[in-house]
Design a protein around this ligand. Structure first.
Ligand SMILES: [Zn+2]
Length: 111
C-alpha cells in the first residue's frame, strides 16, 4: 500500500455532483481530487469487481443485466460515509458492495 500521511487521506470536503456526474474531494493537505462517476464504478473495490478485473473469463456470456453496469447513483441515496473510513456508493443498478476507503480514493485520484 501507499504511505500517505494522515492529512493526505483525511477529507475535509466531499461533494457529490450528480449534475456533472462526478465526486470531488478536498483533502486536509489542500489537494483536490475529482472522480468521474464512471471511473469510480470501474475501480469498484468490492470482491466481485476485483475478481472480474483480475481474472476475466473470456468464455463467460454476460446477460444484458450484467452488461448494463451503471455509472449513475441512486438520486435519493447516492452515497454514505462508512465510519471515518471511507465512502459507500449506491449505484442505480443495485450494486453497492464496494467500500471506497479514503486511502484508496486518494491513491486512485485520476491524473
Ligand atoms: Zn463492485
Amino acid at each position: 500500500m501507499s504511505d500517505l500521511s494522515p492529512e493526505q487521506k483525511h477529507p475535509v470536503n466531499i461533494k457529490v455532483d450528480i449534475k456533472k456526474s462526478e465526486v470531488r474531494i478536498e483533502w486536509a493537505d489542500g489537494y483536490r481530487s475529482a472522480y468521474p462517476l464512471a471511473y469510480l464504478r470501474q475501480i469498484c473495490p468490492c470482491a466481485n469487481c476485483n475478481q472480474q478485473r483480475s481474472n476475466p473469463d473470456p468464455l463467460r456470456v454476460l446477460t444484458p443485466e450484467q452488461m448494463a453496469i451503471s455509472d449513475k447513483l441512486t438520486p435519493e441515496r447516492p452515497v454514505e460515509m462508512v465510519g471515518k473510513y471511507g465512502l459507500q456508493f449506491f449505484w442505480d443498478d443495485g450494486h453497492r458492495s464496494g467500500i471506497y476507503s479514503f486511502e484508496f480514493l486518494r491513491d486512485s485520484t485520476p491524473s
